[in-house]
Design a protein around this ligand. Structure first.
Ligand SMILES: [Cu+2]
Length: 81
């Protein structure tokens, strides 16, 4: 995986502002749902800060899809933090 990422060399890291998270269950479910997607290298949400750090491959997945998955879980993506 690490090697593939280096070859493709298009990874981008963003921090999103996400509202609606109240506990570790919330941040955990966002992290888990995003991590399952193709093109996501790493995803971790923090309910205290109200953010989600996402490292993704721009060739495989776009911000639109990432936001959609978060919003389908019932949270709101406010934009980049
Ligand atoms: Cu919660």
């Amino acid at each position: 995986m690490e090697m593939m990422v280096n070859i493709m060399g298009k990874n981008k890291k963003v921090t999103l502002k996400v509202s609606g998270m109240h506990c570790m269950g919330c941040s955990g479910s966002i992290g888990k749902a995003l991590s399952r997607l193709d093109g996501i290298e790493h995803a971790e949400a923090d309910h205290e800060k109200g953010t989600a750090d996402v490292t993704y491959n721009e060739k495989s997945i776009g911000m639109e899809k990432i936001a959609e998955v978060i919003e389908d879980l019932g949270y709101t993506v406010e934009g980049e933090a």
